[in-house]
Ligand binder design. Structure first.
Ligand code: NI
Length: 655
């Protein structure tokens, strides 16, 4: 196995942040444990209590914007607690400075996320259930020890017997050995509903036995003999070396690279969070984004049979994608001079745990930045582009999601999602032709599905008071203004209210959306702006009456705009797990508030369409989707003329 990890990782730096430098610094491990302990003591929590969330309660914007280095910092924690015995959820705020509980509230009718501890407990519960074991025996499985039980969120379908109960739907697979890829053998037709508060099997539905697929589906290096027997031999070393180190500086959670200034944060629900992103221009740091993060995501599947219609996990709101983030210590996820941020998160018992190297930061050469050859004189001017990459990767059951934020020298910010891992599989009778899926191996199918992500982008283009315009390119009608039939132009329309600002992409009109600052003009006298450039995108195929369309209403529009509200953080609301629907963006925007010339938040939905291919099995090569934020008149001219020509072994790359 030729992975030169040691070489790449030997140069990695790490910095343990143990003291608080800024009001937006995430809670430290000590603060997490202190917050949980203060709450435990004050509220006399019962013995069967789980801490879903212990995070920084982010201070008001005025506090952040008015903060100077060395100012006193007030630290508060926000906690969500589930009491399994009372079957009740509570929210609390704890002052870490005063060591006291500031607020404590019962939140009726909600279910917190499915927590990691519950994964393992659910698996044990299901595997030791006699009825489950009997159903396994019907399928020729006498030993449950190699069965994998994946607890999927149960959704909401209005079934009276499920009302008010904390549920997971167990989907089951069989390994042939401890390291075997169990997703090669889905135990089809066996649907297990688990009550997570009582931690007992509530109901088993058996939709009928389907034979287990005959083939293994392994991909690990140890299984090389199963997929060809040899690694390809023609790869020569490709080393990234930065003999003088990286060009960024890090101070606590603050990052400075080229002209970019930003802060790196992290939460168990959202994962990577970017704060106070600004670009230095003529000695002044000009704000672009106040906060940016994944707000939620959902993966609806298209198969109506058995219990497959219930497959639609919200990987942030129902599982906490941040808490499922990979430690990047042991892989080859990043190359070059790497800086890692650890993430300190809470366990279900209110202790802290650290994901070492949860966030990777490095620089990449990105081809050419700009170029021109004067063909008369032969003079060539070319500059190389470099980007700063800040990324993290999470494993949610079978799937991997990488979230990569790129910062470019020309002021562009790009978000790229890398989708990989193992597709969700089902078994099928050999010889059957599946309508709602693709055969990826004998007797094994991947159902058609979509991945929808929503990013909350709290914009601050040269300040908080912003306006969104939609720009469509239109063809001039034939007539006196268009005598040669060639005319077309870009037309900007202001989106004034929340309802007006619910939009979908239109690639044929070159549609994009610009966040402008009406009170900040560039040298050309026009309002400065940043545009949101959609990438590949799609709409959902589920009918508007489907449960998932109500529960993930954000999918219906690609763009949403809301006025800033501190408690509106997720496209699916605070508690999407088993929520009947309507929460999040559909609810926030009901009042149709003004979004013109105000502190606004842009929410961008992007859908990744996935008709599985045989090439996606047994592990999918990375698929990509994303969007960009690009300056439009934010600068007076090309902002990267000052990037120096690169040194070259035969002299400079110019002239
Ligand atoms: Ni997929």
């Amino acid at each position: 196995m030729a992975i030169p990890a040691e070489k790449q990782f030997a140069s990695a730096e790490r910095q343990a942040v143990t003291h608080i430098l800024h009001p937006l610094d995430p809670l430290t491990a000590d603060e997490i444990e202190a917050a949980a302990a203060i709450l435990k003591e004050a509220s006399q929590l019962g013995p069967r209590v789980r801490f879903e969330t212990v995070v920084l309660k982010e201070p008001d914007k005025e506090v952040v914007e008015g903060f100077s280095e060395g100012d006193p910092i007030s630290r508060e924690a926000f906690l969500v607690v589930l009491d399994n015995d009372r079957e009740a959820t509570y929210e609390a705020t704890v002052s870490l400075n005063d060591k006291e509980v500031i607020s404590w509230e019962h939140i009726p009718g909600v279910q917190p996320r499915i927590m990691f501890d519950e994964f393992a407990e659910c698996e044990t519960t299901v595997k030791s259930d006699p009825e489950f074991q009997e159903a396994l025996r019907k399928r020729g499985i006498s030993d449950p020890s190699l069965v994998m039980v994946d607890p999927w969120s149960a959704g909401y379908y209005g079934y009276p017997e499920e009302e008010g109960r904390r549920l997971a739907l167990a989907r089951n697979f069989l390994r042939s050995s401890p390291n075997d890829n169990g997703y090669a053998r889905p135990i089809e037709g066996l649907s297990v509903l688990v009550d997570l508060n009582k931690m007992e099997v509530m109901r088993i539905d058996d939709y009928g036995v389907v034979p287990l697929p005959p083939q293994d589906g392994n991909y690990g290096a140890e299984f090389l003999d199963q997929f060809g027997g040899n690694f390809r031999q023609d790869l020569k070393p490709l080393d990234i070396t930065q003999p003088e180190g990286s060009s960024f500086t890090v101070d606590g959670h603050r990052v400075t690279w080229q002209k970019w200034h930003l802060r790196v944060g992290f939460t168990p629900r959202e994962g990577l969070v970017l704060h106070t992103v600004g670009y230095e221009d003529q000695g002044r740091i000009r704000p672009v984004l106040y906060r940016a993060a994944l707000s939620d995501m959902v993966v609806p599947y298209g198969e109506p049979g058995g219990d497959h219609y219930r497959k639609n996990a919200f990987d942030a709101g129902e599982y906490g994608i941040g808490s499922l983030t990979n430690p990047l210590t042991l892989g080859c996820d990043c190359l070059g001079e790497i800086f890692y941020f650890d993430a300190d998160l809470n366990t279900g018992s209110g202790k802290a745990f650290t994901i070492p190297n949860a966030v990777c930061m490095h620089e990449e050469d990105y081809g050419i930045l700009w170029k021109h050859t004067d063909w008369r004189t032969g003079q060539v001017e070319v500059r190389r582009s470099r980007r700063l990459v800040i990324s993290s990767i999470a494993t949610v059951g079978n799937y991997e999601y990488g979230f990569f934020w790129y910062f470019y020298q020309d002021g562009t910010i790009q978000l790229e999602i890398k989708l990989t891992g193992i597709i969700n599989t089902a078994s099928i009778e050999q010889g059957e032709d599946p309508k709602y899926g693709s055969i990826v191996a004998p007797g094994l199918i991947g159902h058609i599905h979509q991945h929808f992500f929503n990013f909350r982008l709290d914009m601050s283009v040269d300040g908080d008071a912003n306006t969104v315009q939609e720009v469509n390119t239109v063809a001039e009608p034939l007539g006196p203004d268009n005598p040669h039939a060639n005319a077309f132009y870009a037309q900007a329309t202001t989106l004034k209210s929340e309802v007006e600002a619910q939009r979908v992409i239109d690639p044929m009109s070159g549609r994009y959306w610009v966040v402008t600052n009406p009170s900040s003009a560039n040298a050309l006298g026009r309002p400065v702006g940043y545009k949101l450039m959609p990438g590949e995108n799609i709409l959902p195929f589920a009918d508007p009456s489907a449960s998932i369309m109500k529960r993930a209403g954000f999918m219906a529009k690609h763009l949403w705009v809301t006025p800033y509200a501190a408690d509106e953080l997720s496209a699916t609301g605070s508690y999407p797990n088993q929520h009947p629907g309507g929460a999040g963006l559909p609810e926030y925007t009901k009042k149709d508030r003004n979004v013109e010339n105000t502190d606004l938040v842009l929410w961008y939905t992007l859908g990744y369409h996935h008709v599985p291919r045989p090439e996606d099995w047994p592990v999918s090569p990375v698929g990509y989707c994303g969007f960009s934020l690009k300056p439009v008149g934010f600068f007076n001219t090309n902002p990267v003329l000052d990037v120096p020509p690169s040194a070259h072994h035969n002299g400079a790359c110019h002239g």
